[in-house]
Design a binder for this molecule. Sequence first.
Ligand SMILES: Nc1ncnc2c1ncn2[C@@H]1O[C@H](COP(=O)(O)OP(=O)(O)OP(=O)(O)O)[C@@H](O)[C@H]1O
Length: 257
Amino acid sequence: MSIQVKDASIFYGDFKAVEDVSMSIKPKAVTAFIGPSGCGKSTFLRTLNRMHEVIPGAYVDGKISIGGQDIYGAGVDPVAVRRKVGMVFQRPNPFPTMSIYDNVLAGNKLNSKRIKKAEADSIVESALRGANLWNEVKDRLGKPGMGLSGGQQQRLCIARAIAVQPEVLLMDEPCSALDPISTAAIEDLIHELKSDYTIVIVTHNMQQAARVSDDTGFFNLKAAGQPGHLVEFNPTKQMFTKPDNADTEAYISGRFG
Ligand SMILES: Nc1ncnc2c1ncn2[C@@H]1O[C@H](COP(=O)(O)OP(=O)(O)OP(=O)(O)O)[C@@H](O)[C@H]1O
């Protein structure tokens, strides 16, 4: 599903963290957000599934539509939005007391009343296959999710996110806690997942943005304490070879940030 953002400004109480962002995110493609610390990448990402507003006093101005639906429209249930727009966080966060099997199903159990065993087994297998984890865990599905390596835990969290069949996957620095081999596994997975999902990823790693994304948005801050804004949004290839903006060029060539 495509995501259309029009004049979004994002607040924490009186503090405007992000100002006037407009962009069009393509369906079944990977879009990366880059930019220096504090420019509002994560804040903006969390507005795409209404996670921002769980912080008291936090709100969004402007319009955000996903697949044509205004997700902040009157009567829209934020829980339904979050079901459609899944999220994977920086640190793998499997539920510590749950088995691998139950971790994958955690979202489904919240959403629906009862799932038959055969259906549950099939959801678990296809989500774990989708997350490239099945072969590593199929013989120990009843063991705790916490017993996996960091990279496996992150793939388990991706399996949990895709088990509810979302349309969009948001990833907030999904590799920042991982070693290079696990990072490569997640990047390969992102590449495969984009044939089924619209993926938006925040990353500090510009090489990663260049490797995994089709489009890139560069966010920046005019000065500390000022709101972040979107400087440039372009196909990744162009962004990393011939950016439109001099500040983008300075950032990607490592002159600041
Ligand atoms: N819960 C919060 N309450 C108040 N202000 C916040 C909160 N979370 C973030 N901010 C502020 O909003 C601004 C944007 O932060 P955000 O974490 O979105 O930036 P970022 O670009 O993702 O940074 P980083 O790359 O360091 O993760 C910062 O000024 C930050 O201090």
